[in-house]
Design a protein around this ligand. Structure first.
Ligand SMILES: NC(=O)C1=CN([C@@H]2O[C@H](COP(=O)(O)OP(=O)(O)OC[C@H]3O[C@@H](n4cnc5c(N)ncnc54)[C@H](OP(=O)(O)O)[C@@H]3O)[C@@H](O)[C@H]2O)C=CC1
Ligand SMILES: O=C(O)CCC(=O)C(=O)O
Length: 521
């Protein structure tokens, strides 16, 4: 790790440098990192475009081997990666070791998907020369990579949602070169991973433009990347303001492109009456575990609790309070995120319509967050949209609803969400059944008797949801379905075998699963 801008196989420097902050001490970390400029954006995008068709038309085995090589190279960095991420993010070792496992596992899962070939969705509708009144031509289609993709890393997952994270893995799996905008909060960690990918490109004999890494702390850099005419799609995880700004730029280009932004969610948790009666205090304690995990810096953090008012709601609050007042303050990722959290808590505390229930322990460090729990009534909540805004960190608001109608009104008033959680038992089935259609309209993932934090990386996972949870609720950013975001169908009508992509040739040289005249074979 030397402090470099990686444009294809080249390591570049700059006359402008930036430093990260150690959030645990508040001090600048000594290493200086060159800031990528517009000329680097242009060079990286041109190389990505040059690499595109060669990479995209590679046999699936070549792309899969590349993804596996990236995973191997990340593991080969060893403990330096964990130590670097701990220093730059303030996150603890076990969390980061787990995140490295998730990152590597995610790359391997996509490798398996790519090899299996179903994602290509190869379809053949044979010609019907004798069809009356007009013959039918032969029609074949497959899914193809979109082109070079710009990916923005998230501050809160320096590995699993950053340089070799889900967006990069799904874009590379689809056959798209990636130009990565490094998050300025973890430049050393970012560069270590970027170099692992750069080496994998050369280890696998791929064209150098398949991956570039552009570190820097300026909005201009990210804006120039999204505006670059050779970029064909964007993957982003971060703030609502950042996601909206990139969506605007993408939409105003001469050729507009899709932006897949994961932004803002408060993740309602519904404590249904029969389950609450049976386990109110225990649920309160378990809730605090999810709320405070990682200082609450998850887009899946349970930021809203919905309950039918009564003594069991009070018992839940008692259980939560007991756990919360003993919860340790934790270092947040950056001074900016800490300041935004403190401002959000202050606004809720000063809000006449919400009552502070409990706070966690005070911390010693400069950017430590104390957990917080507030409560309000459904009528207050419905009357002021400020109460439903996300405060990124370990705070949550319990809303007391006087009856089912009020609970439904609260659900209907919510914006799109990544998740909704039902705590329920058999006695709650009927109510849950009535709520389900409302939840399906609002969220990407509905879960029962668990907590929304900690997303599994699987084939059926959906980490998405209607706006503003994401910019496009038709897709997911976690799990293998994410590959769909970076593909488009291309159809070949009466094209001779020799001109067809290998995936669609008559003798099926890639042994792909096919759909012939609508039937899977
Ligand atoms: N949905 C989620 O999962 C997450 C949400 N957040 C939210 O984001 C807040 C800030 O955290 P942070 O990680 O810095 O997220 P940001 O959205 O501020 O930044 C994420 C990335 O986008 C870039 N970016 C941000 N705004 C713009 C813009 N207008 N134009 C071009 N590029 C932009 C940033 O680069 P640069 O700064 O160099 O411009 C960075 O690389 C948190 O307090 C929280 O509210 C954070 C993490 C995850
Ligand atoms: O909870 C998780 O595992 C993922 C959360 C996430 O996507 C995020 O916080 O950005």
């Amino acid at each position: 790790m030397t402090g470099a801008i990686l444009v294809g196989g080249e390591a570049r420097s700059s006359d402008r440098f930036f430093q990260a902050t150690d959030p645990a001490t508040g001090e600048l970390i000594e290493a200086r990192f060159p800031e990528a400029g517009i000329e680097d954006v242009d060079a990286a995008c041109r190389l990505a475009d040059l690499a595109f068709m060669d990479y995209a038309m590679s046999p699936p085995t070549r792309i899969a081997a590349f993804l596996e090589k990236i995973a191997e190279n990340i593991l080969a960095i060893g403990d330096d990666l964990i130590v670097s991420a701990m220093r730059e993010t303030g996150l603890p070792r076990p969390r980061l070791e787990g995140e490295r496992g998730r990152t590597v596992g995610q790359l391997r899962l996509f490798a398996g998907l790519v090899r299996q070939g179903e994602w290509i969705d190869a379809r053949i509708d044979p010609a019907m020369p004798d069809r009356a009144p007009a013959p039918r031509p032969e029609i074949r289609s497959r899914k193809m990579a979109l082109g070079p993709v710009a990916v923005f890393g998230a501050s809160n997952f320096p590995l699993a949602f950053s340089v070799a994270g889900g967006d990069t893995a799904s874009a590379l799996a689809a056959g798209c070169p990636v130009v990565f905008k490094g998050h300025p909060a973890h430049p050393a960690t970012g560069e270590l991973v970027a170099r692992a990918i750069q080496s994998a490109v050369s280890d696998c004999g791929l064209p150098e433009g398949v991956f570039s890494y552009l570190p820097g702390p300026s909005h201009e850099l990210g804006q120039a990347l999204v505006a670059h005419p050779l970029i064909t799609a964007v993957g982003f995880t971060g703030s609502r303001a950042g996601g909206l700004a990139l969506m605007k730029t993408a939409a105003e280009r001469e050729t507009p492109i899709p932006v897949y932004a994961e932004m803002s969610s408060i993740n309602p948790v519904l404590l249904l009456p029969s389950r609450l009666k049976a386990a109110a205090e225990a649920l309160g304690g378990a809730f605090v575990g999810s709320l405070t995990m990682g200082a609450g810096q998850f887009c899946t953090n349970p930021g809203l609790l919905l309950v039918l008012d009564g003594p069991d709601a009070d018992r839940f609050l008692d259980g939560a309070t007991k756990a919360l007042v003993e919860s340790a303050a934790l270092t947040m990722l950056t001074p900016g995120i800490h300041a935004a959290y403190c401002a959000g808590i202050e606004a809720l505390a000063d809000h006449g319509g919400a009552r502070l229930v409990a706070r966690g322990l005070v911390g010693e460090g400069p950017h430590m967050a104390r957990a917080a729990l507030f409560e309000t009534s459904a009528s207050q909540f419905l009357s002021d949209p400020v109460l439903s805004r996300e405060v990124f960190g370990s705070t949550s608001l319990l809303v007391r609803c006087k009856d089912e109608a009020e609970l439904c009104a609260v659900l209907e008033g919510l914006e799109g969400q990544l998740t909704a959680t039902l705590h329920m038992d058999e006695g709650d089935q009927a109510l849950a059944g009535r709520l389900m259609p409302r939840l399906i309209r609002k969220v990407g993932r509905i879960l029962a008797n668990g907590w929304p934090t900690g997303v599994e990386v699987t084939h059926a996972m959906v980490h998405g949801g209607p706006f503003p949870a994401t910019s496009d609720g038709r897709t997911t950013s976690v799990g293998t379905m994410a590959i769909e975001r970076f593909l488009r169908p291309v159809c070949f009508q009466d094209i001779s075998d020799v001109l067809l992509p290998e995936a669609l040739r008559q003798d099926n040289p890639l042994s792909l699963p096919l759909r012939v005249d609508g039937q899977r074979i």
